[in-house]
Write a protein that binds this ligand. Structure first.
Ligand SMILES: [Fe+2]
Length: 470
């Protein structure tokens, strides 16, 4: 017998999981959906199948995929859980067996059962495959149309361990460059770097020694370099064994920015020091005259205690777009410049500009950590040419997801296309797909495709162009 979800702000309102999977052939559309827009928006996030065991951590909540297949002016919708090993065992048991926050709370009957991960953080398309990602484990391959779980994907046996949830695809070569944090489970700060070619074959894997064992969620590439951003949010199994927090904020360790030629090895990485702060997500990076610009959402201090368990002096959770410029020849090689004061998260770009000079960044804005509001209330477009953040504020009672850019077919100019986001309307307790003109986001959605249920607040998503979408 399934139990109700417990009272927890991360299991209520916009976050409340849904318990069903469904298919809609033709969603009702308000406005004018561009006839030429064709492809699928996939979004993913935590949606625990059952009431959690012990405290709830969304980071390990079962991943659910929401797919909006768009073609010929119509939108079809389908949602499915990712059928991981844990999901299947729990479905059979009719209750949660795996704890989301502390593995010591697992049911004894699953002792020794290896997790396949929650597959809940990002979903990407590359080389014809759709992959659900969670950074502690290998990808899970998903059928792009049916959303059937095809199983863990290890690049024909070449990926030895986990994979970041934030790979970068080079728009010129089609290569997918990605890293793995703690790939050996030695928790010694080492990272792995992998490259899959445009056909999806894993062609290169190297080990990179990091400055200290830290939670590294995202990274960047330029045309010529890989950039690692290591912030002092550390992980220690020794602390865990001693009863201290395994994850701790240690600002005295500073930030280390690692720059490596794309074809380099560990010996070629140059590390540069930067002031302590936290970075969860990178917008983009590019080279200019021997320098590298790395644009990211910077948080001054996360809400984690120190290694002794004492609360951090002062968490400062608001995130703002910031440019770090790495100039290897300068006295202070890393310079920091705020791009905008608008609080924001989930930065995305027109991905035809990954690693290249670019003009626009797209974000979920106004809300989120440090604002007193768990949800984001606006979609923003930052313009490097004007240094302005244009905003579309969602209607009252509504919250927005990360915006994903979809290029207008036939238009090669950066930023000409659409932003796709899900919008949760608390008054209807339901969500819709919002389509905005990326060149005029202030005007608000040009089309809305309505569901009669929630798409629970999730993490990331991708737009994948397909000819046989519906
Ligand atoms: Fe992320």
């Amino acid at each position: 017998m399934a139990l109700p979800y417990p009272h927890d702000p991360l299991l209520a309102g916009a976050f409340e999981p849904i318990r069903m999977e469904c298919d809609y052939a033709d969603l009702p559309i308000e406005g004018a959906l561009p006839a030429e827009l064709e492809g699928a928006l996939y979004r993913i996030g935590p949606n625990p199948q059952f009431a959690p065991r012990g405290p709830y951590s969304p980071l390990q909540g079962d991943g659910m995929i929401h797919a909006f297949h768009i073609a010929r002016g119509r939108v079809a919708y389908r949602n499915r859980w990712v059928r991981t090993r844990q999901w299947e065992l729990e479905r059979a048991a009719g209750r949660a067996l795996f704890a989301t926050a502390d593995p010591r709370d697992h049911d004894p009957q699953v002792a020794g059962v290896a997790s396949q991960g929650a597959a809940n953080t990002h979903i990407i398309g590359h080389a014809g495959r759709l992959l659900a990602l969670e950074e502690g484990h290998p990808p899970i391959e998903i059928d792009p149309l049916t959303l059937e779980t095809l199983g863990p994907y290890d690049f024909a046996g070449r990926l030895p361990a986990n994979m970041t949830a934030h790979p970068k695809v080079d728009p010129v070569t089609g290569e997918m460059v990605f890293f793995a944090n703690f790939p050996t489970r030695d928790f010694d700060g080492a990272l792995a770097l992998h490259v899959a070619d445009a056909a999806g074959t894993l062609t290169r894997s190297i080990k990179v020694a990091g400055p200290y064992p830290a939670l590294v969620h995202d990274f960047a590439i330029t045309r010529d370099h890989v950039v690692f951003v290591v912030c002092p949010l550390t992980l220690s199994l020794a602390r865990l064994r001693a009863g201290a927090p395994p994850i701790a904020w240690e600002p005295e360790l500073g930030v280390h920015v690692g720059v490596m030629p794309r074809s380099g090895t560990c010996a070629d990485v140059r590390w540069f020091a930067a002031p302590p702060c936290m970075v969860w997500h990178v917008l983009n990076a590019h080279g200019e005259d021997g320098r590298i610009h790395v644009d990211l959402c910077q948080q001054d201090a996360p809400a984690f205690s120190g290694p002794d368990g004492r609360p951090a002096a002062e968490a400062s959770l608001r995130q703002v777009l910031t440019r770090w410029t790495v100039d290897p020849g300068a006295d202070a090689p890393v310079s920091v410049r705020r791009l905008s004061e608008v609080v924001c998260e989930y930065p995305r770009i027109d991905e035809r500009r990954v690693g290249l000079p670019y003009r626009y960044g797209y974000v979920a804005a106004l809300g989120g950590p440090g604002t007193g509001d768990l949800l984001h209330r606006a979609i923003g477009r930052y313009d490097h040419a004007t240094s302005e953040m244009a905003l579309w504020r969602a209607p009252e009672h509504c919250a927005v997801s990360e915006p994903v850019f979809a290029a207008k077919p036939g238009a090669s100019e950066e930023g000409v296309g659409y932003l796709l986001a899900t919008v949760f309307d608390a008054r209807r307790n339901a969500s819709h797909l919002a389509v905005l003109d990326a060149t005029n986001i202030e005007a608000g959605p040009i089309a809305r495709a309505h569901l009669d249920h929630r798409v629970p607040a999730g993490f990331h998503g991708s737009f994948v162009v397909r000819q046989d979408a519906v």
